[in-house]
Ligand binder design. Sequence first.
Ligand code: GLY
Ligand code: MN
Ligand code: MN
Length: 440
Amino acid sequence: MASLSMSDFKNHRERFFSQMSDNSLALFSAASEVTRSNDTEFNFCQNKSFYYLTGFNEPDALLVLLKRDNKTQAILFSLPKDKDQEVWHGRRVGQEKASQEYGFDQCFTLDEQNDLISQYLNGLTQVYFAFDDKLLTQKVFDLLAQVRSAVRQGVKAPSQLVDASPLINEQRLIKSANEIELMRQANYISILAHKRAMQQTQVGLFEYQIENEILHEFTRHGARHPAYATIVAGGDNANILHYTNNDDRLNNNDLLLIDAGGELSGYAADITRTFPINGKFTEPQKILYQLVLDAKSQVIAAIKPGTCFITLNAIANECLTKGLVELGILSGNIAELVEEKVCKRYFIHGLGHWLGLDVHDVGDYHMNESRQQCREFTPGMVLTIEPGLYMPLDDNTIDAKWRGIGIRIEDNIVVTQQGCENLTQDCPETIADIEALMAN
Ligand code: GLY
Ligand code: MN
Ligand code: MN
């Protein structure tokens, strides 16, 4: 399966080391298993920052990055090899293989962590860790207390705590060429899944049957899990933004909105397509669909280094507002409607978000302390663009022909030196292409 290599993860660690002050230590915690019910667990999902720095996929591990006298050491604490446990719960990497195959300088078992980390902490100035991780925060305070308790033996504990999240988040925001290639592949697989869904959709099936077609195609191509809960929303269900029940029947003359992306080696795709269940758009569906598609195309055409989400929002706002006025859904002075962002009544979510290891990936959307200034795009950023229009069945303020229509079209975009690359461009989106594919 496509994956980053040991040298990619080492590079990630080197970049983090370069942000650390000398005589400091950073701690990154793996995720733990999460109970689904009684004694069964959800599929394990690694903490994404931990994964970014290690490529290590076991629960409960701990990464220590130690920088002393400008020399760096990456140290992993993980579960010990244990035949009895492994025969029930699966193989563990163990300490020997972890240093050989993951490139850590030293590897120890979890039960060695308290003694060793307290020794590392002696004489350091700063400790970096994610302040929003309650368990890790508790662990850091316990370790510091342990170090301080030996103060009369001449031990000196660090006195400065630094939040590691903004540093690692900013690092993750700018993707390397290898990360982008993995996301290209995650998109390639997800596009195949959306095409399969279009081809398998039929009046009378249940939404979950189409969800199953999507998951089947993800898995067939190596994306073992969806990157988030798949949305398969027929007709008015598309007007519920996070609809994941997927248990309704598919009705003739309704649209089907599918928001689905596979996760490949930890990296997410996040694609939405909306298409007619019976293969042919009705006239009102065509009109609204084309308007959302035009907004998406205009926005993507403007993406290049130096643009930002505020500029893109203005383009989407203007395009959708003009279209809605032409259709008589909005009325009034276009400039005023644009100024007051009245189209948000029908376009009720954000235009897009960063994408990466997390589907709503980390990284700030603003540039300065007051958070007023929008962050300019730079090459290596990956984002989604996902305009939509939502006309609920029970909205009596709009003409009956629009009611029950919910449309979103979502692409995944890489910012490049020249402009941008659309990772989703081979996923059918024009009315002609969708109808042609569904006719086969
Ligand atoms: N699938 C969640 C989103 O589009 O943001
Ligand atoms: Mn999205
Ligand atoms: Mn989505």
